[in-house]
Every structure is written in structure tokens, then in C-alpha cells.
Design a protein around this ligand. Structure first.
Ligand SMILES: [Zn+2]
Length: 497
């Protein structure tokens, strides 16, 4: 029997268009940019979408064919040339590898590219033109802002069901199983997308807490129903000037796909008022850390590095110092401070840190104390989030200030694991306070030993209060920015083959 050949690739970024710096090809190169056999070698065995897909393709006794996969850390709008270069290589490799029997693509779904209004749909459409009507399965981040074209061009959309995202490999395997089933049966189910006029913020989207716990339970029930191939509920990403904003619901089923999607969407809409976040001031947060058992995780919500914020906000450092908190640990992106510390060999230093990228990120914090210097630090994630992925922190300096260990990095570091602190001989489980520049993803790193958590109202590019942002491009009306509005679920994209 002929061995099926399954193409694997994608371009992956969550774009925060409120961040002024563009995302460049160098940003993709620095994070992940693999082609051909190297893609398979790098991602095989990792807890990523394509890592899961490679294993599933092998389980189906088919052959994985690496095309191109590029991923960059969340940041500003992707430069046109960066996207066009990666897309060109992806298409050249698909052409060279043709005929392929099917494709599995890892897309984030909330990428914004200068000059390309729906880059994910365009990518799938371009591959379809090269490869013809082969089954295409697409994995999407929980924060995907799905437009109307993507579900029409791809055969299956498979969104993550967890936040923190710990099911990436499972979803890659699921997308593979779906395309193999379509190949075996020689048909596709009906697919339906419902887009809700609902904008939600990360602190209110945790899958283990309401309202998403109930939504995901409904998705799980739906997926187990006879005739249903897959279903997704995607809360989306609010920090983009985009006409694709909003919550998406997707169902692929042999029958009643539209009714099932409408029912799931109605469940989400009924709970719209529960998508809110409770925030404390930095002063209150520092007082809680001072009094309570440690470690207290102080969630610097708006300076969420995983949502595109720079990670050099100082609001919590000032508050911790004012409250005389000691024993904290905080990571800041500050390449200029790293340079300054590495340029001298003093054992103790005093210098301003953080608050450099934008006045929005607060006044620099005046740090002082013994310093430790590290050359290029890289580590491999060992936790539940993208296990096996190598992370480059660049050069690092740790300054032991009166409030605690301040970790200054050359590259932006996301708190998806605590390996980045252990690589520097820091023990976050013994800290009084951990400043986590994230919304929910930090739970994959610190939730196991956090004694308490405070979500803090800080400045940054990912505020939980959407009133802090001014949109010039977005769908309207959109709850909760516009509140009093009746809405009834209708299908945005209905597809049958
Ligand atoms: Zn996400």
C-alpha cells in the first residue's frame, strides 16, 4: 500500500497591534523558524502542535513532510516582508513536495500583518491553490481571532481547549486524526462558524474557572456526540485593531452542525457578563504579599509578555519597595541594563531598571545591590507548556535588591515555566512574592506552589480593563464596550461539501 505523505507547517504569532514595535523576520528567526527535515527534527517529541502532529502521522503509518514553520513571541504588527518571505518559502516547499495527501498547519489565528488583512486565511488559500482539494487541518490558539474565510478554506479547525495552553500536542494529534479520517472516508462533514460580538480579557478566560469551565464542558460533550467530528470555543484576543475580534464557536459534524454551533454560541452569550476580571491596585497587592503566606503571585496583567507587552513595567517594583516587601522575584526585559552591568566588574551596583520601552511602562526603578552576571542563557522547558522547547534568554544579570532578586534579560522571557528561574539558581517556590508578567499562562509555571494570587491593575499593552484602549478598527457593537444589545446566534460561515 502506498504510504500517505502529510505536509506540516505554519506561521504562528499572536499580534498585539497596540505595541509600537513591528515584529520582524529576525524575531521569527530568534524564536522558531524551521524548514524541511529540520522542522521535523526540531519539533519531534515536543509538546507543540506540530510535535503532536508528527507523532500522530507516524502512528497512522504515514510520512510527515516538513514544509516551513515560523513562530515569533507576541509583539507588534508583523512586517509585510517577514510574512511574504515565509509564505513564499512555504509555498515553494509545498510545490516541491507535491503531490501531498493532506496538510496539518499550526497557526495561531490572531496574527496581524501589514497589508494582509487575513494572513492565516490567505496562507491556507495559497496552499490550497498549490495542492488542490486535499484535506487541510488547522490548529488554532485559544486566542485566535477567526475571520469568515479561514473555516471555508480549511477543512478542520481545532482550537486549544486549555488556558494555560497545555494541550497543544493533543490538538495537533487531533487535527491529524481528522484529516486521516477524511482521507479514509473520502468526505468531509459540514462545518459551521458562529462569531459572537463578545470581547473578553485573558484573566477571565481560564478554562478551569467559570465561565469558560462550563463552556469547555459543553465543547467536550459536543465532541463526544455521535456524528460530531470536532468542536471549538475560542475566546479570542482583544489587543488588536482588527475586524476579526470576537469570540468564535466552530462545529464540524455530519448533521445539525449549524444548530449545534448556535446552541454552543447561545450558551457563551448567556454568560457574557461573567467575562470580567477582578483587579487590585499595586499598593493593595504589595500589602497582601507582605502579610500573607508565600509565595504570593502578583499578576502584572497588563504587562503580559505572552500577550505582546514588553515586560519592563515597574509598577509592582515601586509598590513592593514602598511596602518594604523583601524576598520577591521579578523578571524584567532590560537589554540596556544588562549591557551596563556586563560592562563593569563591580560586585555591587546601583542603577535604574525597567520602564525604558515606553513611558506607559512606568518610571524606571532604582535598584541597588550585589549582581550576578550570566553569559547567553538558554534552557529547555520541562513543564506542561511547550515541553521540550528551547528558549534563549540572551545575556542575563541578577541584581539582589532590597525587594528581592531582579532578573534582567536581554531577550523577552515569558513566564510559561519556572525553568528560566531555576537556570539562574533561583528558587521561586521559596520567594515571598513572584511578579508574573502574564494573565493566566503563568499558572503552568507557579500554580503548583503559589500560596495566593493577586491580579493587579498595572499599565501595559494588555489591560484587563478594555476602556484603557482606544480602537479605531474593530467590529461594532461589541460587548462589553457596547452593553445593551440583543443578539441571536446566526451562522457566520456555513460550509458543506
Ligand atoms: Zn493563547
Amino acid at each position: 500500500m502506498r504510504i500517505l505523505r502529510i505536509g506540516l507547517g505554519g506561521i504562528w504569532q499572536e499580534t498585539n497591534t497596540f505595541v509600537p514595535e513591528p515584529t520582524t523576520l529576525a524575531d521569527f528567526r530568534r524564536y522558531q523558524l524551521f524548514e524541511g527535515a529540520e522542522l521535523l527534527a526540531q519539533l519531534h517529541g515536543t509538546g507543540t502542535e506540530l510535535g503532536g502532529a508528527i507523532e500522530a502521522v507516524e502512528r497512522h503509518r504515514a510520512r510527515p513532510v516538513g514544509l516551513l514553520f515560523g513562530a515569533a513571541l507576541p509583539s507588534g504588527t508583523v512586517e509585510r516582508g517577514a510574512y511574504e518571505t515565509m509564505l513564499r518559502i512555504l509555498l515553494e516547499r509545498a510545490r516541491a513536495a507535491a503531490p501531498l495527501d493532506a496538510l496539518v498547519l499550526s497557526l495561531h489565528g490572531a496574527m496581524v500583518v501589514d497589508g494582509h488583512p487575513d494572513p492565516e486565511a490567505e496562507l491556507v488559500g495559497a496552499l490550497r491553490t498549490v495542492l488542490g482539494p486535499v484535506p487541510i487541518g488547522v490548529t488554532l490558539d485559544y486566542h485566535a481571532n477567526v475571520g469568515a474565510d479561514l473555516p471555508r478554506l480549511a477543512d478542520f479547525l481545532v482550537g486549544y481547549r486549555t488556558y494555560p495552553h497545555t494541550d497543544m500536542a493533543e490538538r495537533g494529534a487531533e487535527a491529524t486524526d481528522l484529516i486521516m479520517r477524511a482521507l479514509r472516508l473520502g468526505r468531509r462533514p459540514d462545518r459551521q462558524l458562529v462569531k459572537l460580538p463578545l470581547l473578553s480579557v485573558p484573566p477571565a478566560q481560564e478554562d478551569a474557572a467559570e465561565p469558560m469551565r462550563g463552556v469547555m464542558a459543553a465543547v467536550t460533550e459536543l465532541c463526544a456526540a455521535p456524528g460530531v467530528w470536532t468542536a471549538s470555543a475560542l475566546p479570542g484576543f482583544a489587543y488588536a485593531q482588527s475586524d476579526r475580534l470576537g469570540f468564535s464557536v466552530y462545529v464540524a459534524a455530519d448533521d445539525h452542525a449549524a444548530a449545534r454551533a448556535r446552541e454552543l454560541a447561545a450558551h457563551v452569550w448567556d454568560h457574557r457578563a461573567a467575562f470580567t476580571a477582578r483587579l487590585e491596585s499595586p499598593e493593595k497587592a504589595a500589602a497582601v504579599a507582605l502579610r500573607g503566606p508565600g509565595p504570593t503571585v502578583l499578576v502584572d496583567v497588563a504587562d503580559n509578555v505572552g500577550g505582546g507587552s514588553p515586560g519592563d513595567g515597574t509598577a509592582l517594583l515601586h509598590a513592593l519597595a514602598a511596602a518594604h516587601v523583601t524576598g520577591a522575584v521579578a523578571v524584567l526585559w532590560d537589554p540596556a541594563a544588562v549591557d551596563a552591568i556586563h560592562a563593569v566588574d563591580a560586585g555591587e551596583l546601583a542603577l535604574p531598571i525597567g520602564g525604558r520601552s515606553d513611558p506607559l511602562m512606568g518610571e524606571p526603578y532604582r535598584a541597588a545591590g550585589p549582581v550576578r552576571r550570566y553569559g547567553a542563557v538558554s534552557y529547555v522547558r520541562t513543564g506542561s507548556y511547550m515541553r521540550g522547547q528551547r528558549v534563549e534568554m540572551g545575556r542575563v544579570a541578577v541584581l539582589l535588591d532590597r525587594i528581592g532578586a531582579l532578573v534582567l534579560t536581554e531577550h523577552r522571557v515569558v513566564p510559561f515555566d519556572d525553568d528560566h528561574l531555576r537556570a539562574l539558581d533561583l528558587a521561586p517556590q521559596r520567594a515571598r512574592a513572584i511578579v508574573a508578567k502574564g494573565a493566566i499562562a503563568w499558572k503552568a509555571a507557579f500554580a503548583g506552589y503559589a500560596a495566593q494570587t493577586v491580579y493587579v491593575r498595572t499599565p501595559g499593552y494588555c489591560p484587563a480593563d478594555l476602556g484603557q484602549l482606544s480602537y479605531h478598527t474593530r467590529p461594532a457593537p461589541l460587548y462589553p464596550l457596547e452593553r445593551d444589545r440583543a443578539w441571536e446566534a446566526t451562522v457566520t460561515a456555513a460550509l458543506s461539501t
